[in-house]
Design a protein around this ligand. Structure first.
Ligand code: UT7
Length: 302
């Protein structure tokens, strides 16, 4: 389909990225996708919406600058409030892993008991569909979990290195009557230095994974599954080769969903659990990288 209006081919996309299909929102509403993932997570946790006492949503896709998506999801779930704080976090593709870290702090201090952590993205809206560098990569998706008090987040490592230009998407903006317009860039599509991101992703993930595994007093062999951000099969393959771990410990779904930004890891987790592959007690290592440049890695006992 893409090769009908872009200078690209199925062969290029498959061999360079692994992607075969993606899901694109058309006449569905983005907020409904996010709410549905949330409802399914609450059901899977054996809870009802009113048991949730905090909602955190990772996204860069909300239709509104304000109100934030977590509050829209709260409404969609029928949680009346006011005793369920909500907030969004914007850490691009790493939002789910950063969210785990924030939830852990809220749970550890007793400020929340059942937190809904949702990651929802409509990445296909950011693409310039005449730009083959980006538009062949991204898909839409949402994933969610419910986190409760415990000691199953064994180690984490979050990083941030200011590099504005590697992946950039500007807020739609027009000059006010008081401005000349100088310095306001009205270009509204995602831009990315793909090769640079590729290189940094492999290096930083290999480094961060080694660090969290050591911090937890474990070895790579102790990890049951490595749930890596799904941007490009070749990136994950290079990380896997650095870690010298078997392929079956690295579930992937970028082939079917493309890059869904922060939704990628919870989508992987959901598939693994529902297919019965990931079981209670398994050690899961989650690792993501993205715009910023930001990385996040965590080890969780499921
Ligand atoms: O969530 C984080 C966000 N982003 C990422 O993780 C992206 C990380 N980067 C990547 O996944 C890869 O760098 C890309 C998939 C973006 C690009 O793959 P690559 O193997 O690094 O390709 P390249 O940029 O080195 O380009 C190789 C060639 C170039 O042509 P020449 O200069 O060799 O003639 C490109 O112009 O492929 C060309 N090209 C394409 N050809 C067909 C670039 N995009 C396309 C395309 N179809 N869609």
């Amino acid at each position: 389909m893409l090769s009908e209006f872009l200078d690209t081919s199925d062969e290029w996309i498959t061999t360079r990225t692994g992607i075969k299909t993606r899901h694109i929102l058309t006449d569905e509403r983005f907020e409904d996708l996010a709410t549905e993932a949330s409802a399914r997570a609450i059901e899977a946790a054996g809870l009802c919406p009113d048991d949730i006492d905090y909602i955190i949503c990772s996204n860069v896709s909300n239709y509104y600058v304000t109100p934030h998506l977590a509050s829209i999801i709260q409404g969609g779930l029928g949680i009346k409030g006011p005793n369920c704080p909500t907030m969004d976090i914007n850490v691009a593709c790493v939002g789910f892993v950063y969210g785990l870290d924030i939830c852990d702090a809220l749970l550890a201090t007793g400020r929340a008991h059942n937190i809904l952590l949702v990651a929802a993205e409509e990445c296909t809206r950011f693409c310039d569909w005449t730009d083959r560098n980006c538009s062949v990569l991204f898909g839409d998706g949402a994933g969610a979990v419910v986190l409760t008090q415990g000691d199953n987040l064994l180690a984490r490592h979050m990083t941030s290195t200011p590099m504005r230009d590697v992946i950039v998407y500007r807020n739609p903006m027009e000059p006010t009557p008081f401005e000349t317009g100088e310095g306001i860039d009205t270009h509204h599509a995602l831009e990315m230095k793909g090769r640079e991101v590729f290189r940094m992703a492999v290096t930083s993930a290999s480094r961060d994974i080694s660090q969290v595994v050591a911090d937890a007093g474990l070895t790579f062999d102790d990890i049951d599954y490595f749930l890596l951000h799904q941007a490009n099969l070749r990136i994950n393959e290079a990380i896997r080769e650095n870690l010298k771990q078997p392929e079956e410990k690295f579930p992937t779904n970028v082939q079917r969903f493309g890059n869904t930004s922060s939704a990628a890891i919870p989508l992987l987790l959901d598939e693994g659990v529902r297919e019965g592959r990931i079981k209670r007690g398994d050690l899961l290592l989650m690792s993501a990288f993205g715009a910023g440049f930001v990385t996040g890695t965590a080890i969780v006992r499921y």
